[in-house]
Design a protein. Structure first.
Length: 276
């Protein structure tokens, strides 16, 4: 996280101190791209503070960030030392290992903060869960005693859930397409203006009267107001559409997202008369 922050500071200083060129646009793109990466690393890191393995009624509850996995004790067939995980897909970082893979041909779900050799495997009929309690041997012995003891009457268990990973929005590809289209159109306009900026005269037309004659001139940097307006529309419509989508109102959500695309196209059309 510190590395990303230092990178952002360097990129920002280069951006504000350098001339407006295509290079400054590329620096801006790198700066924007680093922000979601920083947010992801921050989320992975902060989620460690909520990582817990504990027994609730007659089930083992695994919590990690907004994710929660419930494993009935009766479903645990065996407890084994950690082993090699193959075909792993997820996040592997010093002090953190979360994702899915394969152990002996069975699906492995990993919620661990230690290497595989220091993990405990909970085998069930459908999957193997890899965890890394602080006191592995004590945790294993206590869990084994609870698992083999006479189970209490069945009770209502908390449900497993994947937090934000379970949002239906991730499968809403038309929404992704509209948001990406409007965002890329806006980004491309910023890039185009930075590429032609040094070739523009000291004064460019900024407004035309009813006869099509120029009635207002301004410095070329005023042209960036147009993509800034587009960026504002993208942010406002994107947020508004998300609000309606969360309320299960897809029609107004898609209207807002679609309008954002039309606005970007209109702004593109408005830019060229000022450059000719």
């Amino acid at each position: 996280m510190v590395g990303f922050i230092l990178l952002d500071v360097v990129l920002f200083m280069l951006l504000i101190r350098g001339p407006i060129t295509l290079l400054s646009f590329l620096l801006g793109v790198l700066l924007l791209a680093s922000l979601p990466l920083l947010a992801v690393v921050a989320y992975w890191t902060s989620s460690l503070s909520t990582t817990r393995y504990h027994v609730v009624e007659n089930a083992l509850l695994i919590e990690w960030g907004s994710l929660r996995q419930v494993i009935p004790l009766a479903a645990i067939e065996s407890l084994q030392p950690g082993g090699k995980i193959t075909q792993f897909r997820g996040l592997r970082w010093p002090g953190l290992m979360i994702g899915r893979g394969q152990i002996d041909g069975q699906v492995a779900v990993v919620f661990a903060t230690r290497p595989a050799a220091e993990q405990l495997l909970l085998k069930t009929e459908t999957a193997v869960y890899a965890i890394s309690p602080v006191d592995l041997e004590n945790f294993k012995n206590c869990l084994e005693a609870l698992r083999t003891a006479e189970m209490a009457e069945p009770v209502d268990l908390p449900e497993s859930h994947l937090g934000f990973l379970s949002w239906s929005f991730w499968n809403e590809w038309p929404a992704h397409l509209l948001l990406a289209a409007s965002g890329l159109l806006n980004l491309a306009l910023f890039g185009y203006l930075t590429a032609v900026y040094n070739h523009l005269p000291a004064q460019v037309p900024l407004h035309f009267n009813q006869l099509g004659q120029v009635d207002r001139l301004a410095a070329p940097n005023r042209l960036f107001l147009l993509p800034l307006i587009g960026l504002t529309v993208w942010l406002v419509n994107g947020t508004g559409g998300w609000f309606f989508y969360q309320q299960s109102q897809k029609l107004p959500a898609y209207l807002l997202w679609g309008t954002a695309v039309l606005v970007q196209l209109a702004i593109w059309g408005a830019v060229f008369p000022f450059l000719n």
